[in-house]
Design a protein around this ligand. Sequence first.
Ligand SMILES: [Fe+2]
Length: 432
Amino acid sequence: MLRHTSVFAAASLALAGTMLSFQPAPAQAEPTIAVKDVVLTVGSKSSQRNLTWLGGVGVEDYVQLVQHKKGKTLSWTSAKLIRPFSAGAAGEETGWEYNKVALTKLKVGVTYSYRICTATACADEHQFKTAKAGNFSFLVYGDPQVYLGTKTGQNGVVENPSAGWAATLSESVGKVSNAAFLMTAGDNVDSYTISKQPGEWDAFLAPSQVSTYPMAPAVGNHDNASNGGYLFNQHFALPNVSNLGTTAAGTGDYWYTYNGVLFMTLNTNSLDFAAHTTFMKQAIKANPRATWRVVTLHHAPFSSADHPNDADVTAIRTTLTPAFSALKVNLVIGGHDHDYTRSYLMNGASIASADADGALKPKRGQVLYLATNSASGGKFYDLTGPYPWAAVKDQSLKANYTAIEVKAKNLIATTYEVGGRVIDRVDLTRAH
Ligand SMILES: [Fe+2]
């Protein structure tokens, strides 16, 4: 996709030690810059963001970043210029190179504008806001699993996940406009055949919200593309990526903090539970004063539809959930099963409390698990069971999303059906 862009004013800019000369383009030239798949991701902490995009082969792209100031007109001449910390050939994307940039030392409570530039032109402007310290909310999306076109699914539902994903983002961000970030629980795209994935990634990253709100994606089995799925890694610049939990998808476990909360995202395409546990211990050691510990993984250990008895899910339920309890994780967010399930408070794989109402007071080692339904309407599985761990289960055959409010003593998760009702609301209150 080529985007029309503004023409640079004639200028010479010193950039990372390199003097680049910019010449004004002829008035009729309409310079363009090849840019697509522009996606912000979380940085290591709330004052950071990372940015990834695909640009032209052999073109030295960079980012201009400028802070909005009250009562002043935005001026790109004062923009900070940031070069990619990583760039290279975009696998399966002929004619494109990926670029990754870190946006650091951001101020709190500020709006920034950024745009991607080459030596001759700049692409469209995007904006993002940084939050002040304290309470915040984030949005969670299960299995967008975006593919192109439509299908009639197993429940007779006409699936159009590209359009559904865009609609869910639009509604959810309309409801939680100050969302700190957009978390996915994996299976961002659908095809196991990697040659089909570029178009799916283009559709997944087409909605404007992904250039405005940082994403915090998990990697799923579909992203893995029959063990060749390196496009996930290519499309996201993630913070604190570990070698632990790495699979052929190329991305290990990673962690980030936001206003004092520790988020750990596990690549459960790897069933090396010792590695995941070591990763979590390292992340916790690096953030000993985190107020809450939240884990995201693709393969929800406690769900209610097609996958609870799969070998990989059973192994995660049996072997990894005791580590979550031992490490005093508060909340685990998963996907994979395309239904909504809220567990009872669990200690390892055992039910720790039979309390199924929406106000929970977990004791030490008690963990709440959410299995999220499809955020795009791309696939739904019928409920099966009953399963002993399910306090609340739902199959609406409609796209879902979850908004999570984070306060000093409460984690409140509200799950919505797009265009419809509240499916569930649960409030984790801690005693201290
Ligand atoms: Fe999956």
